[in-house]
Design a protein around this ligand. Structure first.
Ligand code: MIC
Ligand code: SF4
Length: 645
């Protein structure tokens, strides 16, 4: 088969549909992953589907997000997840083992395989040549049940890398450069596929940094070829038997091409409050900083922390700031300990936190009021750090480390010689924090353990033909799921309890929303472009559904959020003419007939009863999506269908 890497994998996994851009195709799913914050809901749904064991080649349940354990809730969730994994044949990664994406890259991801994960940064595994997609938890549950995963056949955008990264410039700057050029919507409907001679100069964990943060462009996924560099990484992880050669053919055609000359890149930074707001670090040097946070699934690999350790070696962090470090995995920690580099971090004054997401999702280490926090993470949405008025800047590990020493934002190129690091020829392999699947005859005997806070899934009725109600909120462009359904230390522990978590819907922008929605018996949401940008959390659809939201009408949707709305029976509509956004206000009463959506492909009439006007809205639903919506969501639809796919 000739083509790009993405085409080869997609076409090799199609079980239904035509391989043509924009067409819906159903893909066989080889692997799945979940993390705990989306995982509890995923497994409650998997249980409700009612099959005796997972039907994928490999599924892993990681615990890395929700680990503060300020009371019994997180701990109960972890115990539930462990028992479910044992019962249904999954690998279970215990808390402390590491961040799901870093661990999956190290131990499980395989070139040529498809991976669907209930986390938007699942494309991290694209660094090893896996076709890895983030999805809502219900879609992962359905994939574990052996059913295909549906996507619109994406455009394949080639990113040609030439040259070699200069000293003090690293993989994070490559993806920040991509974001500088195409911003947070530029990847929508596309796979970003890297090729060209520059690719060979970048190691697998660095490729993973790039594919990880490709999520912030809105791309379906990002992918690198599987070449001799990939082979060396897999050999060092003692997985060379799982390596395959997978590169684009010389005559492969990309739908579009962007070229980046690595030699010309400089250290970059994403300014508050968007990962697409990218500038050269040199333009903002000298700004005083109160916190530096290193880690997250973007920049917590051994390569990254070795660089940080060797920059910090012999220095003390500035007294105007705190430095936190979350290593990506226990393998990373074991190496840093063995090589003695952990000492450089500790001696410099870094606070070494758990091998988890930690501050990235507001689980501790919130910065002070009105402070500046420099982070190696991938998202700097307002309030996500836990401090509503903090300013978050996203940078490479190099910029973070030199800034921690100087106390002000520093261009690392002024710092001196670039440290030379030595990567081990073989990684320390210690899989004892993974609990392996039990054989079927033993797993069927396992009892699932549920804590008192884990509540059953709410039942939703079939969709009525006409939706009527009030506009309960109107929001602008690029509205994130962190606004719709915030995370952080107070709310993340409520993920297994929909009635409780729904009390926090839209909290950062409109805390009275939940009670208003319940009083009015639900209603509509109006939004701008790229509504639902950011995470894969299905709670951003499920909790509004619980509050009675009937339809969301916007200029455009982010991919995963759109799928989540359909999955939970909320009708996603888009303005036919963007200007109509201005003709609807909060409090207006709307009416729309949705009984016939599958036949009304182009235009649906939406009546504004308050203003006595009518506008045209449209949708991108397939016949299947319309069927799912009518059934009241994917869970009622899927029951009874399992096995037929
Ligand atoms: C995130 O980075 O926002 C998260 C937390 O990892 C989410 C998943 C979640 O909300 O649990 C994501 O990116 O999908
Ligand atoms: Fe965890 Fe942050 Fe990565 Fe999300 S972006 S998976 S919270 S480290």
């Amino acid at each position: 088969m000739v083509g790009t890497v993405a085409e080869k994998i997609i076409n090799g996994h199609i079980v239904e549909g035509k391989p043509a851009t924009g067409e819906e195709v159903a893909l066989k799913v080889d692997q799945t992953l979940t993390q705990d914050a989306t995982g509890t809901m995923t497994y409650l749904q998997f249980e409700a589907i009612g099959i005796p064991r997972i039907r994928t080649e490999l599924s892993v349940s990681y615990v890395d997000h929700n680990t503060l354990q300020t009371d019994f809730k997180n701990a109960d969730d972890h115990r539930y997840l462990q028992s479910v994994a044992k019962r249904y044949g999954l690998y279970f990664s215990r808390p402390g083992n590491g961040i799901c994406h870093q661990l999956h890259l190290e131990r499980f991801a395989r070139p040529g395989k498809t991976l669907v994960g209930s986390d938007s940064h699942t494309p991290t595994a694209g660094g090893i040549g896996s076709f890895a997609i983030g999805a809502g938890g219900l879609d992962v549950a359905v994939a574990m049940a052996g059913m295909a995963y549906r996507i619109k056949y994406p455009k394949i955008a080639g990113i040609k890398l030439t040259g070699k990264l200069p000293d003090w410039v690293s993989a994070k700057d490559v993806i920040l450069e991509v974001l500088r050029r195409i911003d947070v919507k530029g990847g929508m409907g596309k796979v970003l596929e890297y090729f060209g001679p520059g690719v060979k100069t970048i190691s697998v964990p660095e490729r993973a940094t790039i594919s990880n943060m490709g999520t912030e462009t809105g791309a379906t996924t990002s992918i690198f070829p599987s070449d001799h560099v990939t082979r060396a990484f897999m050999a060092a992880q003692e997985r060379v038997d799982q390596w395959i050669h997978l590169e684009a053919d010389a005559d492969a055609e990309y739908d579009e091409i962007m070229e980046i000359n690595l030699n010309e890149l400089e250290p970059l930074v994403a300014l508050p409050h968007s990962p697409g707001n990218v500038k050269p670090v040199s333009e903002i040097v000298g700004m005083e900083v109160q916190q530096v946070a290193i880690g997250s699934c973007t920049n917590s690999s051994l390569r990254d922390l070795k660089i940080v350790a060797n920059i910090l070696k012999g220095h003390t962090i500035a007294d105007n700031l705190h430095l936190t470090i979350n290593p990506g995995s226990r393998q990373v920690v074991e190496h840093l300990e063995e090589s003695g580099e952990m000492r450089y971090l500790v001696a410099a004054g870094a606070r070494i936190l758990e091998n988890t997401c930690g501050p990235c999702i507001g689980m501790g280490a919130a910065p002070p009021s009105q402070s500046i926090s420099i982070r190696t993470f991938n998202r700097n949405f307002e309030g996500r750090s836990g401090t509503p008025d903090a300013q978050i800047y996203l940078v490479s590990p190099e910029v973070a480390a030199v800034t921690a020493i100087r106390g002000v934002i520093t261009d690392p190129r002024e710092f001196g010689d670039y440290p030379q690091i030595e990567m081990p020829p073989r990684f320390i392999i210690n899989d004892n924090m993974f609990i392996c699947p039990l054989p079927p005859e033993e797993s069927v005997k396992v009892k699932i353990i549920r804590g008192p806070h884990i509540k059953p899934l709410p039942d939703f009725p079939r969709l009525p033909d006409t939706l009527k109600g009030e506009v309960l909120i109107k929001v602008g462009d690029n509205f994130t799921t962190d606004y719709i359904m915030p995370a952080g230390a107070a709310i993340l522990p409520l993920r297994s309890n929909i009635p409780e978590i729904s009390k926090h819907v839209f909290e950062p922008v409109d805390p009275s929303f939940p009670s208003r929605a319940l009083d009015k018996n639900g209603g509509f949401i109006i939004g701008g472009e790229n509504y639902g940008q950011g995470s894969s959390r299905e709670h951003a659809a499920l909790a509004p559904k619980y509050l009675g939201i009937k339809a969301v009408i916007v200029k455009s949707f982010a991919r995963i959020h759109l799928a989540n709305l359909i999955n939970f029976g909320i009708v996603p509509l888009t303005f036919k003419h963007s200007a109509d956004y201005d003709s609807i206000d909060m409090g207006d009463n709307l009416e729309v007939v949705v009984g016939n959506l599958e036949r009304n492909r182009d235009v649906v009439r939406l009546r504004n009863l308050t203003r006595d006007t009518e506008i045209e809205v449209t949708h991108s639903l397939s016949e299947l999506d319309a069927e799912i919506l009518k059934a009241g969501g994917k869970l009622p639809w899927v029951k009874g269908k399992v096995g037929k796919y």
